[in-house]
Design a protein around this ligand. Structure first.
Ligand code: FE2
Ligand code: FE2
Length: 312
């Protein structure tokens, strides 16, 4: 596959990158003068928080594969099913994220500034690598030798991580400062709302977003974005509990080597469900430190339990 991303600047011209450099300007109608309008630091933007969730999910899947390999032996039917379900959840989240960037953000960005081509061009090669891992996941069978099959899945998934992590970093280093220079927070929110009206985010992605960013960060994110508080009750909490009871339970089962016990209740807020999940600590790697901090980002994941009213 082609080289996707690296820690080096995208090209020579980005060595002294500044989002206010006039070379990024498309016209005099839109100037790079909006950064000061943002009330919170760049690393607290939704874009970075989605990356944090995806980074967390990728590390979590690597840890899961490592635990299965360490047990040795052969794959059981429930393990095959859980690996496939957990992988597909990540695949959908990645597809949704890149679709948002390609179909909602990039077209709007390009109306105001020259968005580096590499940031969108990388997507094809990243998905080609994810497809290789996906083919292995689809072909998993009961009785497969874990050292061989999970070993080859781990290798391909590791390559995928080596592509996608620098890509996230490049978007946060170049794309994000440009977007904040050319769009105020209200304008950016309008773009996202319009996009989400057409393609609402799936509950799995919302749940993953909450888990890896932590409840406190989400509360402040909702407040900073002006998202009505009642949505916590209507959508956000429900999505998180779905993630815990449908995905995290499988991750924890695969790590522990014990077949998951699925809850027999339909009451999503029932506190007894907390028994199915264990804490999955994750400190999101931020793009940079900033002085405009809300002062509330604890950088931790949620504790992996379903959320009651009190948690909100
Ligand atoms: Fe991207
Ligand atoms: Fe991204």
């Amino acid at each position: 596959m082609s080289k996707v991303a690296s820690s080096q600047p995208l090209d020579e011209s980005l060595k002294n990158f500044s989002p206010t450099d006039p070379k990024y300007k498309v016209s005099d109608k839109y100037l790079p003068d909006k950064e000061s309008l943002w009330p919170y630091a760049a690393d607290q933007c939704g874009w970075v928080m989605v990356h944090n969730a995806l980074r967390g999910e990728i590390i979590q899947f690597q840890e899961t594969l490592a635990a299965i390999k360490a047990r040795r032996g052969t794959l059981k039917a429930w393990e095959v099913e859980c690996i496939q379900d957990v992988f597909i959840a990540h695949l959908y989240n990645m597809e949704e994220h890149h679709s948002t960037e390609d179909n909602i953000l990039s077209p709007e960005f390009m109306k105001r500034f020259h968005y580096p081509d590499k940031l969108t061009d990388d997507h094809e090669a990243i998905f080609a690598q994810l497809d290789i891992a996906s083919d292995i996941v689809k072909s998993l069978k009961t009785g497969d030798d874990t050292i061989t099959t999970i070993g080859s899945l781990s290798r391909e998934f590791d390559i995928y991580k080596e592509c996608i992590f620098p890509h996230f970093r490049e978007e946060e280093t170049y794309g994000l400062p440009l977007s904040r220079a050319y769009f105020g927070p209200k304008e950016f929110q309008k773009i996202m709302s319009k996009g989400h009206e057409k393609n609402p985010p799936n509950p799995e992605a919302i749940g993953c977003f909450i888990h890896f960013n932590g409840v406190q960060s989400i509360r402040h994110f909702l407040k900073a974005e002006g998202i009505p508080y009642f949505l916590w009750y209507r959508e956000v909490r429900r999505s998180y509990n779905k993630y815990v009871t449908e995905t995290l339970v499988k991750v924890n089962a695969l790590k522990a080597g014990v077949e998951p016990m699925y809850p027999k209740t339909s009451c999503f807020s029932c506190m007894s469900l907390s028994a199915v999940a264990e804490p999955v600590p994750f400190a999101p790697p931020y793009a940079a430190s900033h002085d405009k901090s809300l002062g509330t980002q604890d950088g931790s994941s949620t504790n992996g339990t379903v959320l009651s009213d009190e948690a909100a």
